[in-house]
Design a protein around this ligand. Sequence first.
Ligand code: TRP
Length: 329
Amino acid sequence: MNRVVSGIRSTGNLHLGNYFGALRNFIRMQQENECFFFIADYHSLTTHPDHTKLHGNVKSVLAEYLGSGLDPEQSTIYVQSDMPEVAELYLLLNMHAYIGELERTASFKEKIRKHSDNVNAGLLTYPVLMAADILIHRATQVPVGKDQEQHLEMTRKYARRFNNAYGTELFPEPQPYNFGEELIKIPGLDGSGKMGKSEGNGLYLIDTDKDIQKKVMRATTDEGPQAPFSVKSEAIENIFTLLKVVSTPDTVEYFNDKYNDCTIRYGDLKKQLAADIIAHVSPIRERILDIRSNDEYLSKVVKEGGEKARESARQTVKQVRELMGITSI
Ligand code: TRP
């Protein structure tokens, strides 16, 4: 069976882009593979978050993922810092990670540009910690978005380099997880681009029905089709893209026909879109809120997950130590 590892950033709430663009596909992925999902709280320290909020954020993210369908019965779900073995593997892998290649990483260059006041060593070696996360379970696959492809490539390089240096085949070279179809990019409702936290155009899983309604009704539109069968502007195309995700094909066809014969009323289109988004999101939100308030359940999940993850991690670190010549006297 394939082993899949996925790290989850513990900053910010999940929006529809995260859910429909990725998370929804994890539900099948976890049925078909041995999956490890963890909250990357060590990684989040690289940007110096408010340390008084870190713990609460980890709990919230965990509740959001569980509420969205990650299943602790099927997968190993844990918090990165509950498995200190990863810190040791990170230290050991650092001996094979060259400064020059770390400095050339796109994400690092971007961080320097945006946060020149905090160019710390943790940031430079972020890809090494990520490689440790993946290699510690000897993962064969990792679901990655575009922005993480380079990190996965570096993970393969470290796996190869380690295997060559010590004459072993301990680490498989992890490949991107293939969902079998193109993942959908969820657009924002502000006329252009994708939905994102930094774009400030997100519809969140924990938004109330009212929030969703308001945000959708404020979506950017245009002055309406000027002739039958005219090409849609980006703003309208985006609304239809979302409609296709949450509504039935009949509904999409209905509004498409109305657009094509110029009788469409954007107010009706938005009302329909809001109602169909709410139908998807509100049961998820209720589950998230339930889980978030159940401390006992949350700690049971990460305690059991942490133990399973450590079991897998210990075996890897033991072999790495031996291969690198570390044995007790
Ligand atoms: N860097 C990833 C992100 O920002 C999070 C992450 C950390 C990760 N470790 C990982 C993802 C291991 C996959 C596998 O989204």
